[in-house]
Ligand binder design. Structure first.
Ligand code: NAD
Length: 281
């Protein structure tokens, strides 16, 4: 379902305290959406709330951990009491690290799975009842990455090997697609956000905040050698357009079109057609 009219809708943005989540929260607030900014870092969530309210929007904030069902349940209660009806759910939590698939430890895999895949599953499970409660339909945005659509060779990732990240962001993409099929009957659209490089601190914050249960903090990663990175506010505006158009995928970086998997697979599909035409019956 396309939510053309966004004004006065209620939105929860999980991971909204920084980077892409903050950019989406600001862009939604600019459209008159009332926003609950939820983040594991309660102070950064509150700062985004204040920024929105200062600009004339309506926002609330809460501390919530997307890897903890009880914490999310509390945030859902808060969302209902602060926003009333909730039509929009934005999930942006994720982590990245220099983890080649040949060297990654069980902890590396478990951390990436928990924060990139299960966080999305838990967030949807916690907030979906609110989107279904009023029967007006709604929209969910799940954040994957361009690395969820194609596996970039090491030379194209700014000097780190994003092996584990790539595998699990592909899983996020699959999860979002299936979720979209399942929720169509309830008038709830699902978009999978697949950004290219965006100017945020994801690599540093991921390393600094890796929980003890997955091996604890990692050393500060080296500076990425990437070409120009998009600013998160621009990503936010692109996401708003994607929600309005009920896009299944929201891409942000036109220069990455050539890298998209479909383009890479197409020659092999062409070859398949050739084989079929020339099949010996
Ligand atoms: N930055 C990029 O270039 C880029 C590109 C493609 C995809 N992405 C994806 O975008 C998403 C957002 O990343 P970002 O670059 O904006 O990073 P960021 O570090 O600026 O923002 C992530 C936010 O999530 C919060 N967070 C972390 N763990 C949490 C948890 N357990 N519960 C609740 N909140 C939590 C952090 O406190 C932070 O505010 C990630 O899923 C990332 O993989 C980023």
């Amino acid at each position: 379902m396309a939510l053309d009219e966004l004004k006065s809708r209620g939105a929860v943005v999980v991971g909204g305290g920084s980077g892409i989540g903050r950019g989406i929260a600001l862009a939604l607030a600019d459209e008159g959406v009332r926003v609950l900014v939820a983040d594991i870092n309660g102070d950064s969530a509150a700062a985004v709330r204040d920024e929105i309210n200062k600009n004339g929007g309506t926002a609330f904030s809460t501390q919530a951990d997307a890897t903890d069902d009880q914490s999310l349940a509390r945030a859902a209660v808060e969302a209902e009491s602060k926003l009333g009806d909730v039509q929009l759910l934005i999930h942006t939590v994720g982590v990245i690290s220099d983890s080649p698939v040949t060297d990654a430890s069980d902890d590396d895999w478990a951390w990436h799975f928990d924060f990139n895949v299960m966080a999305a599953v838990r967030v949807v499970r916690a907030f979906l009842p609110l989107l279904r409660a009023h029967g007006q339909g709604g929209h969910i945005v799940i954040t994957s990455s361009t690395a969820g659509v194609v596996s970039f060779p090491f030379a194209e990732t700014g000097g780190i090997n994003i092996g584990c990240y790539t595998v699990l962001k592909h899983a996020v993409l699959g999860y979002g697609e299936v979720l979209g099929h399942e929720l169509e009957q309830f008038g709830i659209g699902v978009s999978v956000l697949c950004p290219g490089a965006v100017l945020t601190n994801l690599d540093e914050t991921s390393a600094a905040n890796r929980p003890a249960r997955f091996g604890g903090p990692l050393p500060t990663p080296k500076e990425l050698d990437l070409p120009v990175r998009m600013d998160a506010e621009q990503v936010g505006r692109i996401v708003v357009r994607g929600i309005r158009a009920n896009r299944r995928y929201i891409f942000t970086h036109p220069e990455l079109v050539g890298a998209i998997r479909a383009r890479r697979i197409q020659p092999m599909l062409d070859d398949l057609a050739f084989c079929a035409e020339n099949a010996i019956s």
